[in-house]
Design a protein around this ligand. Sequence first.
Ligand code: GDP
Length: 684
Amino acid sequence: MKVHELAKELDITSKALLVITAKLGIDAKSHASSIVVDDVAKIKKHIDSIAVNKVQAAQAPEEPKLNENIDAVSLAEFEKEEAKNKKQVEEVVADLNIIEIEDKELTVKEFAEATKLPLTQVITALLKKGLMLNLNQNIEMSLAEEIAQQFNIVLDIKSLKKTDQQKRVEDVFLAEIEEEERFLKERPPVVTVMGHVDHGKTKLLDAIRKTNVVDSEAGGITQHIGAYQVHVNNRDITFIDTPGHEAFTEIRARGANITDIVILVVAADDGIMPQTVEAISHAKAAKVPIIVAINKIDKPDANIEKVKQQLTEYDLVPEEWGGKTVVMPISAKVGTGVSELLEMILLIADTEELKANPHKKAVGIILESHLSKNKGPIATILIKSGTLRVGHPFVIGPVHGKIRAITDDKGNLRKEASPAMPVEIMGLSSVPKAGDVLQVVGSEKEARQIAEERKHELMEMQHSKKRALSLEEISLKISEGELQTLNLVVKSDVIGSLEAILGSIKKIKVESTAINIIHSGTGVITESDLMLAKASSAIILGFNVALPIEIKNKGEEDGVVIKLYNIIYKLLDDLDATLKGLLKPEFERVHIGTADVRQMFKFSKVGVIAGCYITEGKMVKGSDIEIYRGTNMIYEGKLTSLKRFKEDVREALTGYECGIVIDGFNEYQEEDHILVYALKQITK
Ligand code: GDP
């Protein structure tokens, strides 16, 4: 029986099974290895014994639970597995054949020498990957790592710290177990409300909160912590209470997607407006399901049908028109449709199968943070997975601490917080940034150490500020097959030119690379455009629009390419060339010298030698030249031969006479100018 088949039967991952086989001393190297019948029985017995331990562990009393999601059996099982896993990881790491290696490209031969693997085996391994390489061809580091792994060798790439190396191995093992299906529990959906200003986002969030306060016993007015939970049909829904897509994308730009569902609010009396379009782009780029709430239907000039019609222009075709978009008419003011909206959220959440492991060490995303006069640094955090408890040591970027207090959105002090719960935490060493990730770690000491390392890294990064990629570098990535989709944000001065540009872009077809316009609009390039581009690794193309200096600087810092044009075909040409991987680094011309033609000498062998006088700079053999007659350029070529008297020379200086031969050109006239220049690659 193969490892992967048995893993499937046992409902665990192949990797987890390999950990078990290693532990039991059964020889199995990969998911395709075979296991004999006796060993299969041994493995099954071992797994059963874990189950027995699980039941025994479950009888041990747990600390009071606040979260019905966490049952003791599952928690005990997870903790046992985690502890065991840790030990195994240590053993595996101790057993690993770690080979230190320079962070540079290796040839196949060098790789084999470094790893002490027989060349034939390396070449066979490469062949299995469909790569026919000879001894002197380079193999990339990632490939080298992969091949090494097949032989149980870990490459310790010199630029990585040893601890990172170990951490990587650990993370892989731990992540496997943490994400195992049997430990995942249902969690509440997290919802963000977006839309144009004044369309009723705040009103809707208030209305939703109020529906809930009525039936809550405390009845107290909730405090604002940037997010809140409501209880509907015995289930929870989390709302992010910082409306506006900047916050949404800011967090996403920093690598975290916290939202499961977006509610797009569109006022029925106003229809789709620029920020509605932006919000649609943001939600689509994040691949998050959208529920459209057509708001203000109590108003006499409300026109629901018109909004639906407009929605179709953005690929949001209402369900009742045969599309896939859920559209719900509501009035945030009167309360019409609000509870239906909540039920719809639950329905969509069900189809999304939102789950998290509540047992692992908590991971959360900072939504808001500030320095309180009385309480010190405070942050609102949304728990992504795991359970956060008072007393847990943690790191958030370069900030560390130990949880001193957890307060929920109703102002209640809590002992713990579970996935999708927004809570305010105290006990931080300083104020963290919104979008940063909180991670619970093993000890306060570890937390301090990690935070300290990160502080250093941040400082180093500030010294060597990340430089924005250029269009040429993107082009190179495409030509090397690293980039299969080019995401674009297109901004233009007026709708007419925008449509023309979008129309032409759609016509550009390049086999290997797809174009994906994630957002387009008119007006200056804004922070929102930049955030969106950053979050989706897009480039921004502007036509006849301004780029405010602060956005330019931020773009450079964030590594977002922003290109401005005022000729449409130039924009399209650049884009086309980028996609074809043809865009070469830009060169600048460096002027070297000028000479005047005084006399012509015909030779049957070399053609015409122009007798020249160098008026300024110098002449250099092999340089690029242009020939001018009056103010017209008449020829472009290369200076093939340069003579002083009869001697061939490399250079000749101002004030001297020389003989010049230019490949392919013989039709000189007296007083032609020869201009010599060089192309130097621009280092931006
Ligand atoms: P936001 O900018 O999207 O947060 O919009 P607000 O929630 O602040 O609402 C803007 C204005 O529209 C406020 O004056 C609200 O009272 C009003 N408004 C919001 N929802 C409704 C509604 O359903 N009906 C009516 N008539 N007015 C509403």
